[in-house]
Write a protein that binds this ligand. Structure first.
Ligand code: GAR
Length: 216
């Protein structure tokens, strides 16, 4: 079967991109990265793409007059590379409603909290300030509002008394690196659908981690 073509959008170091690159290196994985697009030049994520021999390009939002024209340039690059699924991987720009609607249920994002809690930035500081006992990561389809949309899967872990924002970020990142390739695989295998504004449950057996719970 033809592999699902991914367009990965990044703004920085790209460790989630790396997790996808590593997953795609397996012949049996049902997706491949067609293009990596960064809105920031010279970031580590671009180096990762180059090292893996994956096509990449910089579309610098500062060179565009409006959000619409930036999104238009991104859409055109994604179409050129026949992308079937857009993966936001630390992509720190809001996409326009028009763009999101055009790619409805074909754009996913990874966020370092158990959504719908702790949307936005500085998640781990806010998790500690709120005193929650459990945190984690979420992969979801995106909507025009930031960090909104049907949840595909989540991974959770306990917050310890010794945690700092840095230790939390590192441990949540380990979950992210398992979760993102898993979500992409489930989508590529046709196991994920959106009904209303949720993703209905399908039993996929042991997902490979006690607190990784792909509700698909
Ligand atoms: C990740 O922790 C990701 O969840 C977060 O940015 C980081 C990117 O790291 N994304 C968001 O906060 C989106 N709202 P990476 O560049 O190493 O993948």
């Amino acid at each position: 079967m033809a592999k699902l073509k991914l367009g990965v959008l990044i703004s920085g170091r790209g460790t989630n991109l790396q997790a996808l690159i590593d997953a795609c290196a397996d012949e049996a994985y049902p997706a491949e990265i067609a293009i990596v697009i960064s809105n920031v030049a010279d970031v580590k994520g671009l180096e990762r793409a180059r090292e893996a021999g994956i096509r990449s390009l910089v579309i610098n939002h500062r060179e565009f007059e409006s959000r619409e024209s930036f999104d238009e340039a991104v859409a055109s690059a994604l179409n050129t590379h026949e992308v079937g699924l857009i993966c936001l991987a630390g992509f720190m720009r809001l996409l326009t409603r028009n763009f999101v609607e055009r790619w409805r249920d074909r754009i996913i994002n990874i966020h370092p909290s158990l959504l719908p809690s702790f949307k936005g930035l500085n998640v781990h500081e806010r998790v500690l300030d709120a005193g929650v006992r459990i945190t984690g990561a979420t992969v979801h389809f995106i909507r025009a509002e930031m960090d909104e949309g049907p949840i595909i899967c989540q991974g959770a872990m306990a917050v310890s008394a010794e945690d700092t924002p840095e230790t939390l970020a590192n441990r949540v990142l380990e979950i992210e690196h398992q979760l993102y390739p898993l979500a992409v695989r489930l989508i590529a295998e046709g196991k994920v659908r959106v009904a209303g504004e949720t993703v209905p449950y399908v039993d996929i057996g042991d997902p490979g981690g006690p607190l990784i719970n792909p509700r698909t």
